[in-house]
Ligand binder design. Structure first.
Ligand code: 5AD
Ligand code: SF4
Length: 462
């Protein structure tokens, strides 16, 4: 029999990307083959994101669009997974508008994919199997790694913070840390495979280990990963300012491998809004933390997430955010318009006290304009400097240019001067050009010595 093929469409954050790899690993074991075309697949999984309305609309649109494919090829199985599947509204929508979906499962039972597929096979109507709460952490799941240069490793699942705008604590459940030993074993295995750039993942990595016995923290974990031979860069995401300890700052400063990139989502610069968001810190606390980070960590690159138009946000609240941005001088910021999420406290306030849409858009534009100017100036400071870049692929726009990143996570385009394949190699470069979103550079030496490159990357960066 011809091999069955699967295609997974992934929306959302790196945790979702990682879940896709775990689903892919299970499908590989069942004898499926991966394809990057939905119209060639026998199984299509839509791994959804619920963090903002726009991500949901895209997923709904795609699910609707697949009806035609399913009509033409009735043997194709369609599954909806991920954060949206955890929401009752999505289930109701699928029942009503998308009966062509064969299977719906959530974030807590994706390790049961083979069993779910088997059960769905035997049914006429949509099989819906979504767990309300998470079970124990499941270890030893297979992976189909989708990135040939960087590897991602879960360390903590769920979130206990309950920021009032955020759906994640509802879709991903309570915090559960993985034990230290299996994480170390996974990173060691990845290093043996040749991965040198490792990112540990969680919704709030800074609370890693509080639920383990004996208790450990993120700094302890990173310290256990540091001696692993072959790992050159260690990253972690995403952080919560409240839990970002001095112990961690000192560990980063002392480490040879933990990168000098700190992503610290601030969300707002206004104390009134931070309080309503339940962020559990003030603007003063956050600035003190930033100053301690800048003082301890050389040439630190700082990035953040910011939401504008939270219910009740006044012009003066927004100006506090602009002011904070000017003070911190982030290297980059991910900026979002507040999106009401059903079931969260802020969604109820949005009904009573919304910021009008044109004002939301205007604030987003002003915020982005300021950040772009700061990003460009920060990048201009790097011109003339020597950096090491890990090459990830060729530039999408120009096959004569390599694309990679510095340890501080800046995207760098490097002139391709020879026929030598540099993918998965660390290259010394001189920065020659600064743009808002990337740097331009020239190679100034041979690749650093290290393990043989792994495999080619199929997804170029820029
Ligand atoms: N509306 C807009 N942005 C949101 N985020 C989380 N929830 C919402 C929401 N309801 C943003 C936050 C978070 C990032 C991943 O997404 O800034 O840090
Ligand atoms: Fe959402 Fe807040 Fe948890 Fe981040 S810390 S996942 S924004 S609830």
């Amino acid at each position: 029999m011809e091999e069955r093929k699967y295609f997974i469409k992934t929306y959302g954050c790196q945790m979702n990307e990682r879940d896709t790899e775990i689903m892919g690993g299970q499908l590989d074991q069942l004898g499926f083959q991966a394809t990057d075309r939905d119209n060639q697949a026998d199984l299509i999984i839509i791994n959804t994101c619920a963090v903002r309305g726009s991500a949901e609309q895209h997923a709904f649109g795609y699910i609707g669009q697949l009806k035609q494919l399913k009509d033409q090829h009735p043997h194709v199985k369609l599954a909806v997974a991920g954060c949206m599947a955890q929401e009752p509204g999505t289930i109701a929508w699928i029942k009503r508008y998308a009966p062509h979906v064969d299977l719906v499962f959530g974030t807590h039972n994706l390790h049961q994919l083979p069993k779910l597929l088997e059960e769905a096979e035997e049914r006429e109507e949509t099989l819906i199997d979504v767990w309300k709460t998470a079970g124990d952490v499941v270890e030893h799941l297979p992976s189909h790694r989708n990135d040939g240069v960087r590897a991602f490793v879960n360390i903590i699942y769920g979130c206990d913070k309950f920021c009032t705008y955020c759906i994640v604590p509802f879709t991903r459940g309570k915090e559960r840390s993985r034990a230290l030993a299996p994480i170390v074993a996974e990173v060691r295995a990845l290093a043996q495979e040749g991965y040198q750039d490792i990112t540990v993942l969680g919704q709030n990595v800074n609370s890693y280990g509080h639920d383990l016995d004996p208790q450990v923290d993120l700094a302890d974990l990173l310290r256990s990963l540091e001696p692993i031979e072959g790992v050159r860069w260690l990253r972690y995401t995403t952080s919560h300012p409240r839990d970002f300890s001095q112990h961690l700052i000192d560990s980063i400063a002392a480490s040879q491998k933990i990168t000098h990139h700190v992503h610290l989502p601030v969300q707002s610069g206004s104390n009134a809004i931070l309080k309503k968001m339940n962020r559990k810190y003030t603007q003063e606390y956050y600035m003190d933390l930033i100053n301690r980070v800048k003082l301890a960590i050389d040439d630190v690159s700082l990035t953040t997430d910011i939401i504008v138009g939270f219910p009740g946000e006044t012009e003066s609240d927004f100006e506090d955010t602009l002011e904070l941005m000017r003070k911190v001088r982030y290297d980059a910021a991910f900026t979002f318009i507040y999106s009401p999420r059903e079931g969260t406290p802020a969604a109820r306030w949005e009904g009573r006290d919304p910021v009008p849409d044109p004002i939301k858009k205007d604030r987003l534009n002003r915020l982005m304009e300021l950040q772009y100017q700061i990003s460009l100036e920060a990048n201009q400071q790097l011109v003339g400097r020597t950096e090491v870049v890990l090459i990830e692929g060729l530039s999408r726009k120009d096959p004569n240019v390599w694309a990679g990143r510095t340890q501080s996570n800046k995207v760098v385009l490097v002139n391709r001067d020879s026929a030598v394949d540099l993918i998965d190699r660390f290259i010394p470069v001189r920065i020659e050009k600064a743009k808002t979103f990337y740097l331009g550079a020239r190679q100034i030496g041979d690749p650093l010595s290290g393990p043989a490159p792994r495999r080619r990357v199929e997804l170029p960066l820029l």
